[in-house]
Ligand binder design. Structure first.
Ligand code: ZN
Length: 301
């Protein structure tokens, strides 16, 4: 493909072992590797003494125990949640047995869409309800750290990034990752929102990104720009397919994802659908009936 994404995949770690990865930043990685989570969920610990935990991860007792061990002698005062996928938020309920810290998030799964009256899909953590609702620009102050909330819907409608202000380090959850692009799966995932949320990051001055999965991103803006270019390229590919009469998303995916293993096609189809939905919104594509994964598409003009 023409757009070159500067992927970052080298990561040295041991499951369950806490590691100091940056000033005021520690990380423990859960043993839940998969094609969607890379090596697993990276739970971050901010500060010392009174600490914040970002994304306790899946409902995995061993991982929660590792977080508790990593913070022995300290107090977890805040639990921050980037979004409500099953590899990020279910650990909150388990962690609550060990600490009294409230959870902070934009809202339950689908919160950004409920406001628009759109039903949400399954697959999210429907059980999670944050103790404290946070909004874009909110600042959370802790012991020796403070965090700015940066609302970044797209991957999910409730996705929040968190900036550790003392070090301009942005915890990007699944919004921007070094090892892979993000899956945008409608209806909760939204391509237009995702692209707006990428542009939002370009206007900021974060020094480094710490995604939930994989290593840090040390050249944040170049990375974000490549993601924006990549989505534009995907749109061009879709329009080229439809121009040749390839009208169904399932037929586009094998042509567009030649380097992707076949078992990933259903996930890829969700992202193509998200792009198609956005193209329809802009009048570049059209279809008879509702915009759907299995609809047939034609050029809009
Ligand atoms: Zn996710």
């Amino acid at each position: 493909m023409a757009v070159k994404i500067p992927y970052r995949r080298d990561l040295e770690f041991e499951y369950g072992e806490v590691a100091a990865v940056g000033p005021g930043i520690r990380r423990v990685i859960a043993n839940n590797p998969s094609p969607f989570t890379f090596h697993g969920t990276g739970t971050y610990i901010l500060g010392s003494g009174n600490v914040a935990v970002i994304d306790p991860g899946p409902a995995d007792d061993e991982h929660i125990e590792a977080i508790v061990q990593a913070t022995a002698g300290e107090t977890i005062s805040h639990v921050l949640v980037t979004h409500t996928h099953m590899d990020h938020s279910p650990g909150c309920a388990l962690l609550k047995k060990h600490c009294a810290a409230p959870t902070y998030a934009f809202g339950p799964h689908g919160a950004g869409k409920i406001e628009e009256g759109v039903p949400v899909e399954e697959g999210g953590d429907m059980a999670f309800v944050p103790d404290e609702l946070i909004r874009h620009g909110d600042v959370i102050e802790g012991g020796d750290w403070s965090v700015e909330c940066v609302y970044t819907p797209g991957h999910t409608s409730n996705h929040m990034c968190f900036q550790l202000r003392e070090h301009k380090a942005l915890f990007t959850g699944d919004h921007v990752m070094g090892w892979s692009t993000s899956i945008i799966s409608p209806p909760d995932g939204d391509m237009m929102a995702y692209l707006v949320s990428l542009e939002l990051l370009l206007a900021r001055d974060d020094a480094v990104y710490w995604p939930t999965h994989g290593p840090s991103i040390v050249d944040p803006k170049a990375h974000v720009r490549s993601f924006i270019d990549h989505r534009k390229e995907r749109e061009d590919q879709i329009l080229a397919c439809v121009g040749k009469g390839i009208a169904a998303i399932v037929e586009m995916v094998p042509l567009m994802y030649k380097d992707t293993p076949e078992f990933m096609y259903p996930a890829a189809a969700r992202s193509v659908f998200a792009a198609v939905e956005y193209l329809v919104k802009r009048g570049e594509l059209k279809c008879e009936g509702p915009v759907a994964l299995d609809a047939d598409y034609a050029l809009g003009r």
